[in-house]
Design a protein around this ligand. Structure first.
Ligand code: UDP
Ligand code: MG
Length: 312
């Protein structure tokens, strides 16, 4: 009998949770040879999410929960679930049934042999998603994979099941600025991919605004790559070199043809371009500096308000 825990990050999911529980519980009940349980992580919801979870816990001893003191974000919720987990196999799934729970039995059986340590889902279509959004996320994967040391599969999701050794490896990465998609890929191990189609949320609405997704994408690039720093270095070098060549040209022209007064336009545009590049480079350096700042402060990733898990 293997133990299996399923982490469910929940932020204002009072409508989705009853449907989610009913569906996923029947999948877990149908599993053969696994002793399974839920770890619901209430990420500081402002609705009745925690109440719903506690009611489930009253009737079902498989239901474990952790409740945060405020909203810390899905990254922290996943980390909390992982650090409270003790099972041999640990899964992560969204509470809105966008991740198809019917894949769970297959994912688990793929981990039975020693061949794979991770079973992860990847969506093959982006149905039910705005065109602009999917265009931007495609662009994001292109940029990340070009720039960083880690490779992230397009459409890779947080929906996954991992063996204990993968979970422990993830937990050994103590960085504060966590970008799970990068971390999951960085730790390595053999991954078996499961492709599935995108489905609509069962209830409630997505917590990701366009702005949140944009900053998430910047996090993804900055946290796993120092290439942007090199870009500003190269840019600066190139601009200075071009300026030098241009200066040389002007000197020679002045010697040959005599002085030439007009040229405010070109001067002014050069000033603007170079000024812009300097600001851009400073901004990039600033992003890294900010990361170092939050990293050095070494604050906890989340604060637990209540839980029914007795920590090992
Ligand atoms: N979530 C969370 N904390 C947050 C935002 C989201 O725990 O600050 C949870 C949410 O309850 C859901 C999962 O993360 O279970 C995915 O969120 P969502 O469905 O809003 O994202 P999307 O599917 O649109 O990417
Ligand atoms: Mg969702």
């Amino acid at each position: 009998m293997k133990t299996f825990e399923l982490i469910v990050p929940c932020f204002n999911e009072q409508e989705s949770l009853p449907v989610f529980y009913e569906k996923v519980n029947s999948v877990l009940d149908s599993l053969d040879g696994y002793e399974s349980s839920f770890i619901f992580v209430d990420d500081g919801s402002s609705d009745k999410t925690l109440e719903v979870i506690k009611n489930l816990a009253l009737t079902d001893e498989k239901v474990k929960y952790i409740s945060f003191s405020r909203n810390f974000g899905k990254e922290s919720a996943m980390l909390a679930g992982l650090s409270f987990s003790t099972a041999e196999l640990v899964g992560i799934i969204d509470a809105d049934l966008q991740h198809n729970p019917d894949l769970i039995p297959e994912m688990l059986s793929s981990l039975e042999s020693d061949e794979y340590d991770i079973a992860a889902a990847r969506r093959i279509d982006r149905g039910g998603e705005a065109k602009v959004k999917s265009a931007f996320s495609k662009l994001f994967y292109k940029i990340v994979n070009r720039m960083s040391d880690v490779k992230i599969a397009d459409g890779a999701q947080d929906f996954r099941i991992m063996t204990r050794k993968v979970v422990d490896s993830i937990l050994s990465m103590r960085e504060y600025n966590r970008f799970s998609k990068g971390i999951f890929s960085w730790v390595g191990f053999n991954t078996k991919w499961f492709e599935h189609e995108n489905s609509e949320r069962v209830a409630g609405k997505s917590k990701w605004s366009f702005w949140k997704l944009t900053t998430y994408a910047i996090d993804g690039i900055i946290n796993f790559s120092t290439v942007p720093l090199k870009i500003s270095f190269l840019f600066g070098g190139f601009v200075s070199f071009a300026g030098l060549v241009y200066a040389l040209y002007i000197i020679i022209r002045t010697i040959v043809k005599g002085p030439d007064v007009p040229g405010y336009a070109s001067l002014f545009s050069a000033l603007l371009i170079i000024g812009g590049l300097i600001l851009l480079s400073l901004g990039i350096i600033g992003e890294y500096l900010a990361r170092i700042y939050t990293e050095v402060k070494n604050r906890p990733d989340f604060l637990v308000d209540e839980t029914n898990i007795v920590k090992k």
